[in-house]
Design a protein around this ligand. Structure first.
Ligand code: COA
Length: 320
């Protein structure tokens, strides 16, 4: 190993080896944890399709050393919350272990030079949650935590007994679910989360009730919380969910402030686990912002974090 690393624009001929490097890294970080979606350890179709597109778009670079490709970085550019941004998903990068310390900063340096020259100041990456070495490299470069993707097996036993009444919602519950979802938007927008969520109409809520599985909790006759579970129809190489995976997505889960901490969240989750177990759904996915003080504690009790997304904001006056 002579340590000389060369960064260049990725070619189509690099894709096969790049996908192999990614899979080998994912195997290392997922081994021994049954909550990780094992599908990604043997299927490389999606990652190759992703890389083919990125090479075509000119959004992929590779690193070479000792006469071989040792890593790569590929990304999407889009508008995120009103700001031009780049996003490098988990399948958008990998480096052979021995070269990781040196190659990752060089890959980022080359990519960031290009991004900032195009006034793209919001940089986001998703990494394997267990890759503490890359996490440190990125934190030293100015990145910080943003989002976690986590998975749970639905055969896990949840011992939850709350004093609330929980039932699966029907189309008739649109009005009461709507009021809870509206209230949850205020929670997401509040400090320190500051997350702007789209508003839903009553029709949107009716649609969610028809397509998803919403469980609503009542304190006698008053609605106090809900959880929503949908079932994925295909695998998604960005969040690593697989076909027929339970997804706590869209309106997610919400409990009124005065009813939090009474085991209701766990009880709602137990209903979701039971539903999945009796419908042959083995895994559930959830994602949550690390700045969500409740979610960041709650989900980690029952789910294994698989991916960590980090974010860096560049000084906006750099190109002035
Ligand atoms: C996240 C949420 C659904 C959790 O529901 P909850 O009823 O408050 O949680 P529970 O009382 O069932 O707690 C279950 C476990 O999580 C732990 N937990 C929950 N919130 C916690 C917190 N803020 N800090 C530390 N632990 C917490 C509890 O101690 C409990 O652990 P235990 O069984 O070992 O005692 C609820 O707090 C909520 O609606 N928050 C606001 C909206 C939100 O963040 N939704 C999730 C979006 S991704």
């Amino acid at each position: 190993m002579n340590n000389k690393i060369l960064i260049y624009k990725m070619n189509e001929s690099d894709i096969e080896q790049s996908a192999g490097i990614w899979q080998s890294c994912f195997n290392d970080y997922s081994s021994g944890n049954e909550s990780f979606p094992s599908y990604w350890t043997h299927s490389s179709t999606e990652i190759k399709d992703f890389l083919i597109q990125k090479v075509k778009d000119g959004c992929a670079i590779a690193a070479e050393a000792d006469g071989k490709i040792i890593g790569y970085l590929a990304y999407d550019a889009f508008n995120f919350n009103g700001e031009e941004s780049v996003f490098c998903p988990s399948i958008g990068h990998a480096v052979i272990d021995d070269y990781a310390d040196k190659a990752y900063p060089l890959l980022y340096q080359a990519a960031a030079k290009d991004w900032v020259s195009r006034n793209i100041f919001n940089h986001m990456w998703t990494i394997n949650y267990n890759d503490t070495r890359l996490k440190k490299t990125l934190y030293d470069l100015g990145f910080g935590s943003y989002l976690i993707d986590a998975f749970a097996r639905t055969d896990a036993k949840l011992d939850a007994a709350s004093s609330y009444q929980i039932r699966k919602a029907s189309a008739n519950d649109a009005e009461i679910l709507y009021s809870l979802v509206e209230e949850s938007r205020e929670y997401y927008a509040s400090s320190p989360l500051f997350l702007k969520r789209d508003s839903y109409s009553i029709d949107d809520i009716s649609q969610i009730l028809t397509n998803g599985n919403v469980f609503i909790a009542f304190d006698n006759t008053i609605q106090v919380g809900f959880i929503n579970l949908s079932v994925s129809q295909e695998s998604n190489c960005i969040d690593l969910s697989v076909k027929n995976c339970g997804m706590i997505d869209e309106i997610g889960a919400y409990i009124k402030p005065e009813h939090r901490g009474n085991n209701l969240g766990k009880d709602l989750l137990k209903n979701v686990f039971n539903y999945c177990a009796s419908n042959n759904i083995e895994l559930i996915h959830v994602d949550f912002e690390t700045a969500n003080l409740f979610a960041n504690k709650f989900w980690k009790k029952y789910f294994s974090p698989v991916l960590l997304s980090v974010r860096r904001t560049i000084n906006k006056n750099i190109n002035d």
